[in-house]
Design a protein around this ligand. Structure first.
Ligand code: FES
Length: 106
């Protein structure tokens, strides 16, 4: 049976610091939401699959999130890691409508 997708109003765009991340919990799912300096808003898993680094505390480098623990990089669209043998992050669809940020989770 396919997973049910739920679109959740998460915060306002102003709640997201420009160029940084912010941690949220949607149900039991921790997610990290970023607003790049170019205005791109995206959401990924809250914790790094390597050793659990809190990704909302990481930096944005181009289209990648840099884990604050060991600097592995994950692509903001695909979640793919730049290191061999490390699982990709789950990424979550984000929409910004009228200054409200929505994230879709299963
Ligand atoms: S915990 Fe994220 S790179 Fe090691």
């Amino acid at each position: 049976m396919p997973a049910t997708l739920t679109r959740i109003p998460l915060c306002t765009l102003d709640d997201l610091p420009l160029g940084l991340g912010r941690a949220f919990k949607v149900g039991d799912t921790p997610i990290a939401v970023f607003q790049s300096r170019g205005g791109k808003v995206f959401a990924v898993d809250g914790f790094c699959p390597h050793k659990g680094g809190p990704l909302a505390d990481g930096m944005i480098a181009g289209d990648q999130v840099v884990c604050p623990y060991h600097a592995f990089r994950f692509h903001s669209d695909t979640g793919a890691c730049d290191q061999p043998g490390v699982c990709a992050l789950t990424t979550y669809p984000v929409e910004v409508v009228g200054g409200q940020v929505y994230v879709t989770v299963s």
